[in-house]
Design a protein around this ligand. Structure first.
Ligand code: SF4
Ligand code: SF4
Length: 202
């Protein structure tokens, strides 16, 4: 998927109609969330795959700023990006090439921002600001949740260490029902596979 992403990002500057791949991804990411939460953002998302496969080696893998995880901040980012997108679409209408070119420009700018955030913090920092990711978080609450068996968990914290979104599943073991109520979970199963006590499952 990361190669598909690079093909669209580079090819889109020559063939603007490739930009229509972006609203398709937005539609799929949000649509899937109604059933599977943020599962799209794992390896289906071409940009997420690109960050994981090609940009991650250059990341210092620091803590993602807490501000980026706060809902009011994410709402502001969503409002700004959606306003810019709507305004540009109105001005580009009805020229399909101009619309496609705008999507490619938007993809290039936000991907560059995501790369900068990767170089300063972590490869999935952008995933807390991405409008599709945030809307999938809102639409996918309670869908396909990660469950934790509190009697099996030994608090080794390995699940938190391996999580690409820096979620801390073990902290939810006191919840009733025993589910990890962090809706930015990508359902990637990395924590499930790594838990030494098999305390996590979907
Ligand atoms: S890896 Fe498993 S046992 Fe360790 S803290 Fe996480 S859930 Fe508990
Ligand atoms: S590692 Fe576990 S908690 Fe983190 S995103 Fe993957 S499935 Fe969700």
């Amino acid at each position: 998927m990361s190669l598909v992403f690079l093909g669209i990002l580079i090819g889109g500057w020559v063939y603007p109609l490739l930009g229509y791949f972006i609203p398709l991804c937005m539609f799929l990411g949000i649509g899937i969330s109604f059933f599977q939460g943020r599962k799209w953002c794992d390896w289906y998302c071409p940009r997420g795959s690109f960050y994981d496969a090609l940009v991650k080696p250059f990341s210092p893998k620091k803590q993602i700023p807490k501000l980026f995880k706060r809902q009011p901040f994410r709402i502001i980012v969503l409002a700004i990006l959606m306003s810019v997108m709507t305004t540009r679409l109105i001005f580009s209408w009805p020229n399909p090439y101009k619309i496609g070119a705008f999507f490619i420009l938007m993809l290039s700018v936000t991907t560059t921002l995501g790369i900068i955030l990767t170089l300063f913090f972590h490869q999935r920092t952008w995933c807390y600001l991405c409008p599709v990711g945030f809307l999938a978080n809102l639409a996918g609450r309670g869908k396909h949740p990660l469950k934790i068996d509190s009697s099996a968990c030994i608090d080794c914290k390995l699940c938190a260490k391996v999580c690409p979104m820096q979620i801390e599943p073990y902290k939810f073991k006191k919840e009733k029902p025993e589910i990890v109520q962090d809706w930015d979970c990508l359902k990637c199963k990395t924590c499930v596979i790594n838990c030494p006590k098999k305390a996590l499952k979907f």
